[in-house]
Design a protein around this ligand. Structure first.
Ligand code: SF4
Ligand code: SF4
Length: 82
């Protein structure tokens, strides 16, 4: 399972992509984030579920190790912005 330390940075810096539009008001901050916790955790969208997204989408194009590495790199970049 992907290790997430719940820093909340990815939920505060959503990419400007159509698939994230329903989650924020144009500022990139998810409206469902509250004090670093997801208030819709059990029903959060697939793009917020790292392991499930791998199984359903990315497993066809890369290994789990490669996918985790890409995610970890993205997390580190977000954290360095703090
Ligand atoms: S940026 Fe990475 S470590 Fe932080 S909450 Fe998002 S997935 Fe978890
Ligand atoms: S739905 Fe939850 S996990 Fe997804 S970006 Fe919003 S707060 Fe984060």
């Amino acid at each position: 399972m992907f290790h997430c330390d719940q820093c909340g940075e990815c939920c505060r810096h959503l990419p400007a992509l159509e698939i994230y539009e329903a989650l924020h008001d144009g500022d990139g901050v998810c409206r469902y984030l509250s004090e670093n916790l997801c208030t819709i955790y059990e029903s959060r969208p697939l793009m917020c579920r790292v392991d499930e997204a791998y199984e359903k989408i990315f497993s066809a194009s890369m290994t789990r190790e490669e996918y985790y590495k890409l995610n970890e790199t993205a997390c580190e970049k977000l954290k360095r912005r703090i």
